[in-house]
Design a protein around this ligand. Structure first.
Ligand SMILES: [Zn+2]
Ligand SMILES: [Zn+2]
Length: 231
C-alpha cells in the first residue's frame, strides 16, 4: 500500500482491525443490464446495508426479509441508472439512509442516461449522506472504508472492509469500467485502480457491479487491461 498517504494507511489498518465479525454478502443479479446488487449484513446482530439497488425492488426486499436483516443504509457505488433504479422503492420499504459520493449526487436527478438507453424509472430520492474518499462506514459490526475511484464516473466509489471490496463499475473480473460515458476518464480510471485497489491484499474478494466475483490477486496477475502495453 505504498501509494496511500499516511492518513489513508492508518484508516485502512483501523478498518482491518475493526472488521473482524463474520459478514454475509448476498448477491442478486437485477435488471436489463444484469447489475449486481449486494445485500450485506453482520451475522452478529443482523444489521445490514445494500449496495446498488439497480432494479427489481421486490426481489431485493424479499431477499432482505429471507436473510432477516435490518437494513440501515443504501450505498451507491455511482449514479448510473443500472445501479439506482430500485432506490426509491427500497428506501421507502426499509427506511434506510441513502449515501453516494458528492460528485455523483446530481446523477440521481439526471434522466439523461435513462433517456439514452430508452428506460424509465421512478425519480430517485435525494441522498441523505454525501460521501468522500477516506470516510469510514460503521453500521453496528460492519466497518467499511470509502475509496474514491473516479474514472467510470467522477463520483465512483469502492467500499473496502472485512476482506472484501465492492468495486462498482471500476473493476470487473478480467475487465474495467467503460470510460466513454459523460464524466468518464480512462486515465483517471487506471489511476484509481492502481492506487486504490491494487494496493489491497491479493486475497481480497472483489464484488463488482457486473459479472462474477474475483480477487485482487487474480486481477493483478491476469486482468488484461492492467497489463496493456500502452500503460
Ligand atoms: Zn456505471
Ligand atoms: Zn453498471
Amino acid at each position: 500500500m505504498k501509494n496511500l498517504c499516511p492518513l489513508g494507511r492508518v484508516v485502512l489498518f483501523s478498518v482491518y482491525r475493526k472488521a473482524r465479525c463474520k459478514v454475509i454478502v448476498n448477491k442478486l443479479v437485477v435488471g436489463p443490464f444484469a447489475s449486481n446488487c449486494y445485500i450485506v449484513g453482520a451475522e452478529s446482530n443482523r444489521e445490514g446495508m445494500i449496495v446498488d439497488p439497480g432494479a427489481e425492488a421486490k426481489q431485493i426486499l424479499n431477499r432482505v426479509k429471507d436473510l432477516e436483516l435490518d437494513v440501515k443504509s443504501i450505498f451507491l457505488t455511482h449514479g448510473h441508472i443500472d445501479h439506482i433504479a430500485a432506490l426509491k422503492e427500497v428506501k421507502e420499504a426499509t427506511g434506510a439512509e441513502v449515501a453516494i459520493h458528492a460528485d455523483d449526487a446530481k446523477s440521481l436527478h439526471s434522466r439523461s442516461l435513462a433517456t439514452i438507453f430508452g428506460l424509465s424509472f421512478p425519480p430517485s430520492p435525494p441522498p441523505d449522506k454525501l460521501l468522500k474518499g477516506g470516510d469510514t462506514i460503521d453500521i453496528g459490526d460492519l466497518h467499511f472504508l470509502v475509496l474514491h475511484t473516479p474514472g467510470h464516473t467522477p463520483g465512483g466509489i469502492c467500499l473496502f472492509g472485512h476482506g472484501v471490496v465492492f468495486s462498482g463499475d471500476t473493476l470487473f473480473n478480467y475487465g474495467i469500467g467503460r470510460t466513454d460515458l459523460p464524466g468518464g476518464s480512462y486515465n483517471q480510471l487506471m489511476d484509481s485502480i492502481h492506487t486504490k485497489l491494487m494496493v489491497l491484499a491479493d486475497d481480497t474478494i472483489v464484488y463488482p457491479g457486473h459479472g462474477s466475483d474475483t480477487t485482487i490477486g487474480t486481477e493483478r496477475s491476469g486482468n488484461p487491461f492492467l497489463h496493456s502495453p500502452t500503460l
